[in-house]
Design a protein around this ligand. Sequence first.
Ligand code: NCD
Length: 327
Amino acid sequence: MIESIRGRSLMSLHDLSRAALVEILDTAESFVEVHRRTVKKVPALKGRVVASLFFEESTRTRLSFETAAKRLSADVLSLAVASSSVKKGESLRDTIATIDALGIDAVVLRHRSSGAAEQVSRYVPHVRVINAGDGLHQHPTQGLLDAFTIRQVLAQRRGVNAVETGSTVFEGLRVLIVGDVMHSRVARSDIDAYVALGAQVRVAAPGTLLPMDIDAWPVEVVGDFEDAIEWADVIGLLRLQHERGAGSFVPSLSEFTAIYGLTASRARRLRPETLIMHPGPINRGVELDSTVADLPAAIIERQVSNGVPIRMAVLYLTVAASPSEVV
Ligand code: NCD
């Protein structure tokens, strides 16, 4: 178990202890306030260079990582993959070597292959590598920002400071994850975070969209979304991953929605305090009805906003030398 990500790369949440997770959430809390300043910057990573390499599509993750790096005063090298030499067939290894030759301290990497971030950290062991989503494997900063968002909302409801809760809000919390679990790196990272923090997790998905090794996961599988809808304190919906062929694992989109979609009629059965989450982008009308996505219980935009302080915390802890550099 890793007890702190200070000075390390971040590949996965699977091997992080509760203490390591809480340290990241608490550090992120200290960065929330920077967002409200007129000058939205702290000098923590001044003079450091963060390379942002997205070999797969992204809106939220890339923009919030780059915003986070800039708020920490780092210089950002952003590779536009579509117009780079990757399109001429340059390998991942050669691309990384080229960027490393420019002098970098960290790489934020998104790639369609599971294990790509791990591979890059072997090519450039002196550089901190942060996995921004690798194939079906992990999306650690999404798991962190989801946990951060839940903690923030529950602490606010109880009228207490999120850090002072000691993250006890997760103990016994009932989280239901629904949809394309098999292809979801978000589900894997969310489950790692929630379980380590003390939550109970159930998953609801068609049998064809459950991973082969689901029995080894620390979750309970429920065949039917309906059965768990009133049980859940939090519902985490997953996008049907068309680009990974998910469409061929369900008879039709409308049949998937009829059984596993958070439709307007199903949403009426939720307890009023149940939170609705989605990592985005949403397939409106497939996993989530459009009217439901806009309900107050849906905290999807708050998830997006929280991507910035969480990624600031991850960059700060992995790259910065000493805690005294925060302010
Ligand atoms: C997720 C991803 O790319 O894994 N999106 C994100 O980072 N916000 C989820 C998805 O694309 O379905």
